[in-house]
Ligand binder design. Structure first.
Ligand SMILES: [Zn+2]
Length: 248
């Protein structure tokens, strides 16, 4: 009995020690992994975008590479993720809450191979993820391409008939033009996009054309990616101010 009790106490003490180690490891992981890992519990309460929850969707991924850089051979899916991560950093710095639909090179649908059904399932999963996270807006990040390699300039699309999406797209388009000073100035435009047909105000941001050699080089540049991020954050500030005014 005494032995049993001793064993029990020792086990209990060991369990306590194991628990303490787990807690310390979790704290260390939170510390070392930086703002990404700590964001859900320690999102800054102040900043120009405090209170806004943004879902960022790096377009394409996995089997679906999207467009391809004519000069570099880089896939759209790689650049959309780089740009989305830059946007996330900028939004977190301004106090927003951010949810990314993917952080790796993957497609959100099950199965394998390329098919319309799988593409649709992937897009639906991105929308569902943004809605389940409780985001206020969804921004899907993409890069354009066109057979005429002279075409260039960022352009924001919204779902036809959606007022909040139109307001968001207009604010982001204006901010991209002001921040990037593109040679070709485009307007926000309505369209029919499956990823935008959810409950949230949603936009598809075409950051520029991969089919244009000059713009392709810019889009691959980390400093230009930061400028895109700053412009989109500026646009979100404008959108938040406009929606607040409209709600009054
Ligand atoms: Zn795309």
């Amino acid at each position: 009995m005494k032995q049993l009790l001793h064993a029990f106490v020792t086990k209990k003490r060991e369990r306590g020690r194991v628990c303490l180690l787990i807690v310390l490891a979790a704290l260390a992981a939170g510390f070392w992994l930086g703002p990404d890992a700590a964001a859900p519990v320690e999102a800054p309460a102040t900043g120009t975008l405090a209170g806004l929850h943004v879902a960022l969707d790096p377009g394409h991924g996995g089997y679906d590479g999207g467009a391809r850089g004519q000069e570099s051979g880089l896939w759209e899916k790689e650049l959309t993720l780089q740009i989305a991560l830059a946007v996330e950093a900028e939004l977190l710095a301004r106090g927003a809450e951010v949810t990314l639909t993917r952080r790796e090179d993957l497609c959100l649908a099950g199965g394998d191979g390329a098919s319309r059904a799988r593409k649709r399932e992937d897009l639906l999963a991105r929308r569902a993820l943004a809605e389940a996270a409780g985001a206020d807006v969804l921004m899907s990040i993409h890069l354009n391409e066109y057979r005429d390699r002279g075409e260039s300039g960022p352009q924001v699309f919204y779902q036809r008939g959606g007022d909040a999406g139109r307001l968001l797209a207009g604010a982001l388009q204006e901010a991209l033009v002001a921040g990037l000073e593109p040679a070709r100035v485009r307007q926000a435009m309505a369209g029919d996009y499956y990823v935008l047909q959810g409950k949230l105000p949603s936009v598809l941001v075409e950051c520029g054309f991969l089919s244009n050699a000059r713009e392709e080089a810019l889009l691959m540049d980390a400093a230009y990616q930061r400028r895109i991020a700053q412009a989109l954050a500026d646009g979100l500030e404008q959108y938040a101010a406009l929606s607040e005014r409209l709600a009054q």
